[in-house]
Design a protein around this ligand. Structure first.
Ligand code: SAM
Length: 313
């Protein structure tokens, strides 16, 4: 069977993974897998452009941190080629099972996966040339510790590329729609209640500077999109899965969830409507000589002692 459809793969994996799923706030169910796949298609040109500017190339050792079902991991594997290596890391066994299936199907021998809870477990002690992390640190309890760990593993001149939101509340419509704004507020509230920070991008440039990176490029990305365009479809899909999930978790009533869905349908019927995307900060940061040459201290999570990672050649 050609594994080209995540819905098919997700159903194949769902029985086996029911007992082992390590959920995050948006879930790891079929609908979330399909949403992440759509998200990948919509963002792929910008992501590949960021990798190009980061100097990603064949033969490199790269990490996809918080890889989800692994769409970007596969792109990174294409870039690294058979002479390189890509390690895709996530805490969700279900997502990693999907990734492993597709990796085998496409015979991407340079791509492997690793189940880690990044708030609890240390990254493997690898010397890496680059790392990619999108919409992961904003779900974590200890995101700065992750940056510390990535810094310790990047070779001098190695590059970290990050996409995180810096202003989620730019997600609005013209004309304004109270139901969309209610939805965005509910998402931000539940995100924070589950221990994350939607606008984490605001912290990253400062942390990166402190932790031995030169922030080479920072791009705020906010777009105005119309009904039927890829980024509209991406946001509309998130409203659908998000409002259903929030209703099932009791975060909002089924009536409010239905009203939000109906409002987005009404907006989509008017081609003059605009939807502004939640503000993403794209950061390309290079491990500088100063930090990489000295090695840096890492406090291991849940451990009172300190351990040092030695500098690499
Ligand atoms: C919004 S998804 C993004 C997935 C992927 N980076 C992408 O852009 O398609 C967030 C991912 O972060 C993972 N994640 C969240 N917290 C994590 C943690 N503490 N350790 C490992 N993975 C985590 C989730 O399992 C999920 O796959």
């Amino acid at each position: 069977m050609a594994v080209t459809d995540y819905g098919v793969v997700a159903r194949l994996c769902s029985r086996a993974s029911t007992m082992t799923t390590n959920d995050y706030v948006l879930g790891t169910h079929d609908e979330e897998v399909a949403r992440l796949q759509l998200q990948h298609r919509v963002w792929r040109p910008q992501v590949l452009d960021a990798f190009r500017r980061a100097g990603s190339r064949s033969g490199q050792t790269l990490l996809d941190i918080g890889c989800g079902p692994g769409d970007v991991s596969q792109d990174l594997a294409e870039i690294a080629g058979v002479s390189g290596r890509v390690l895709a890391i996530d805490k969700s066994r279900r997502f990693l099972d999907l990734l492993d299936l597709r990796t085998r199907e496409r015979r991407l021998t340079q791509l492997s996966s690793l189940e880690l809870d990044l708030d609890r477990d240390a990254l493997p002690d690898l010397a890496i040339d680059g790392a990619w992390c999108r919409w992961v640190m904003s779900f974590m309890a200890r995101p700065r510790d992750l940056v510390v760990q990535v810094a310790a593993r990047l070779r001098r001149g190695g590059v970290l590329v990050v996409h995180e939101y810096f202003d989620y509340a730019t997600w609005r419509t013209a004309p304004p729609c109270p139901e969309v704004e209610e939805f965005v507020r509910a998402v931000m509230r539940t995100w924070r209640e589950s221990g994350g920070e939607p606008d984490l991008g605001l912290m990253l440039p400062h942390w990166l500077g402190e932790l031995g990176f030169d922030v080479r490029d920072v791009r705020p990305i906010v777009e105005a999109t119309r009904p039927g365009e890829p980024k509209w479809d991406w946001l509309a899909a998130f409203v659908e899965s998000g409002r259903r999930r929030m209703a099932s978790l009791g975060v909002m009533s089924p009536e409010r969830a239905a009203a939000i869905s109906a409002a987005v349908e009404r907006l989509a019927a008017d081609p003059t409507t605009l939807m502004m995307t939640p503000g993403v900060l794209e950061i390309v940061a290079v491990r500088n000589q100063r930090g990489a040459a000295r090695g840096i201290w890492i406090r291991r999570p849940f451990c009172s002692t300190m351990s040092v990672f030695r500098p690499r050649a």
